[in-house]
Write a protein that binds this ligand. Structure first.
Ligand code: BEZ
Length: 210
């Protein structure tokens, strides 16, 4: 059965470009992103892994560890990383799983037979420190993901985890956030200070100072 939000993220041991890795050990107490790509030596995937490499400082700042996966073998991954580094002007330093036995693809339901019988789709999972699934997105092979959007979602998830606040449509860092319905106005004012109450169910506040 496929995973759903809130489900435990399955653990696994896999061979990667950084050696054999136990996923939970790799994540430690922090956040994680596991994302699949259809195949090595393909154009969209090359740009996606390059973009991820460029954003590693941003992921680290948010205490997020990143791991990529495709069903290609390790020797192909190593050759392809050379191409990614060359063409995307980066250094790919995060592990890429060689999932040639499809262990991870199966655990995370990354092969969608009506899209492709063999290749993984562009799945991306954000996993919280409690090892549950916080976000899932699935793109087709032909559309590269927006990794700045992934960072934006991580910011929102981390805000929710810390303060029980939510974020409105198109929210960006620095903009006002929403008090979740489960928190009373009285409690919210104690915790966050002044609210802008547009409707009883639509209440904005500033992001608390970190
Ligand atoms: C790509 O990564 O460029 C790609 C992979 C599979 C199908 C289409 C595009």
């Amino acid at each position: 059965m496929s995973l759903r939000l809130g489900d435990p993220a399955p653990n696994f041991k896999a061979k990667t470009t950084k050696g054999e890795i136990d996923f939970y050990e790799y994540l430690g107490d922090g956040w994680g992103i596991l994302f699949s790509h259809p195949a090595d030596f393909t154009p969209v995937c090359t740009t996606e892994l390059g973009k991820t490499a460029h954003l590693m400082e941003e992921f680290a700042r948010r205490n997020v560890k990143v791991m990529a996966v495709s069903v290609d073998p390790l020797d192909k991954h190593f050759q392809w990383v050379g191409d990614i580094n060359e063409t995307q002007h980066c250094t790919v330093d995060f592990p890429i799983i060689a999932d040639d036995d499809r262990q991870v693809a199966t655990l995370y339901d990354m092969i969608h037979p009506n899209a492709s019988a063999t290749a993984t789709v562009r799945s991306l999972f954000v996993i919280g420190p409690d090892k549950t699934v916080k976000l899932m997105i699935t793109y087709p092979a032909s559309t590269g993901r927006n990794f700045n959007e992934v960072l934006r979602v991580v910011d929102s998830l981390q805000l929710t985890a810390k303060y029980s606040l939510a974020t409105p449509a198109d929210w960006q860092q620095g903009e006002d956030v929403i008090v979740v319905p489960a928190v009373s106005t009285e409690d919210a004012e104690k915790r966050f200070g002044t609210l802008e109450i547009v409707k009883p169910y639509l209440r904005y506040t500033k992001v608390p100072k970190q």
